[in-house]
Design a protein around this ligand. Structure first.
Ligand SMILES: [Cu+2]
Length: 129
């Protein structure tokens, strides 16, 4: 009886050890990141406007804004997303990245006083559901 019990115990331990595959957490995280689309948008600023007016993206996108100036020194502030660039002179580029976790309309505008048309440098980022 004792041997039968020992044999059963050994079988149970062996089967349990062989069937528990280790859970690879990092693999699951990689899979999630690969599912998020990276949407690259180039916003070019000039006296006095933006080439993207508005910018439309999808909720869930990972967004990379490449921001340049082709004419004048400008910058971009997006208060609703807590993002802003510094001053970007003609020929320079700065990048802002964020995850579009919320649908909605987010105003953006020039954050560098750049002359008579400065106040008209306003646009929107529209995050669609
Ligand atoms: Cu400006």
């Amino acid at each position: 009886m004792k041997y039968v019990f020992m044999a059963l115990l050994i079988i149970i331990v062996t089967v349990t050890a062989c069937t528990q595959a280790p859970v690879d957490v990092t693999q699951n995280q990689d899979a999630e990141q690969q599912n998020a689309e990276t949407k690259e948008v180039h916003i070019d600023m000039f006296d006095w406007g933006f080439n993207q007016d508005p910018v439309t993206i999808k909720k869930g996108d990972h967004v990379k804004l490449r921001i340049t100036s082709s004419n004048g020194t400008h910058g971009i502030m997006i208060p609703g997303l807590g993002l802003s660039t510094g001053r970007i002179a003609s020929g320079e580029e700065q990048v802002l990245e964020f995850d579009a976790t919320e649908a909605g309309t987010f105003e953006y505008f020039c954050n560098v006083p750049c002359g008579e048309g400065h106040k008209s440098m306003r646009s929107q980022i529209i995050v669609e559901e």
